[in-house]
Design a protein around this ligand. Structure first.
Ligand code: PL3
Ligand code: FE2
Ligand code: FE2
Length: 237
């Protein structure tokens, strides 16, 4: 008898019809749907701020609108109603920071909040969700992940050639927005665990993504790590 080929064990999938899973999914699904809708509006506002890249930004916004629709389908498939009211409350501080940057004429701040912070967060979250998603949500999440990489790339491409001029504003903006994003996450710690995502792992994955984004716009690896250590010091403590 030959030995079984060694393989990576499949992750233990959650019980998708258990009440605890469904309650947690309602809140996470709400956050994702409202977050995608918010990203749609942010890209449309960015399109108005950057007329020369208007069409591209409107295209990215439209992708976000489709993500919202597709994730709403994931909730419907599980017959779970998304808790959109909670999601709007949790996302309000980050959205407010975007609007405040816009009022200040701080285009760099708007780009950092949407294209770097929100997108890095989305990439990290969807990457960890993928292996514990139900069979209906999995291909949708995989397709969305590919799109989010494009959104992150837009911000990186815009900021990179202007690095020297924008670095100070990038840091000031990240200093305000990253802690707010992490606070939102800590409000959903138990729900993340219930759907199979370890919150600390999500923070770690976000750090990996954001570190790569900072390096892509011109930071050295050590500088980027130092900035991130400062911003995430109190995450989920
Ligand atoms: C960017 O395109 C949209 C950003 C939306 C916000 C995402 C936040 C995700 C938080 C944790 C969700 C876990 C994944 C669950 C997927 C149904
Ligand atoms: Fe999206
Ligand atoms: Fe996106």
């Amino acid at each position: 008898m030959s030995a079984a080929p060694s393989s990576v064990p499949a992750p233990q999938l959650p019980h998708f019809d258990a009440p605890a899973y469904r309650a947690a999914f309602s809140r996470i699904n709400g956050l994702v749907i409202v977050g995608e809708g918010m990203a749609d509006r942010h890209f449309r506002r960015l399109a108005a701020l950057l007329p020369e890249q208007r069409d591209e930004l409107l295209r990215l916004g439209a992708m976000e609108g489709r993500h919202a629709v597709d994730f709403a389908g994931c909730g419907r498939h599980l017959e779970v109603r998304p808790d959109n009211a909670l999601a709007r409350r949790l996302l309000a501080p980050l959205h407010e920071q975007f609007l405040e940057a816009e009022r200040q004429g701080d285009l760099v701040g708007c780009l950092v909040i949407q294209c770097l912070i929100i997108e890095c967060f989305a990439v990290a979250a969807y990457r960890l969700y993928l292996p514990v998603a139900d069979a209906y949500a999995r291909p949708i999440t995989a397709a969305v992940l590919r799109d989010e990489a494009e959104h992150l790339n837009f911000g990186e491409q815009w900021l990179r050639p202007r690095f020297a001029a924008v670095a100070e504003r990038v840091e000031a903006c990240a200093g305000r927005a990253v802690p707010v994003a992490l606070a939102m996450l800590s409000a959903l710690e138990a729900d993340l665990r219930a759907i199979g995502i370890e919150p600390q792992e999500l923070v770690a994955e976000f750090v990996v993504e954001f570190q790569a984004a900072l390096e892509a716009i011109g930071y050295g690896a050590r500088e980027a790590r130092r900035l991130l250590n400062r911003l995430t010091a109190r995450a989920l403590s």
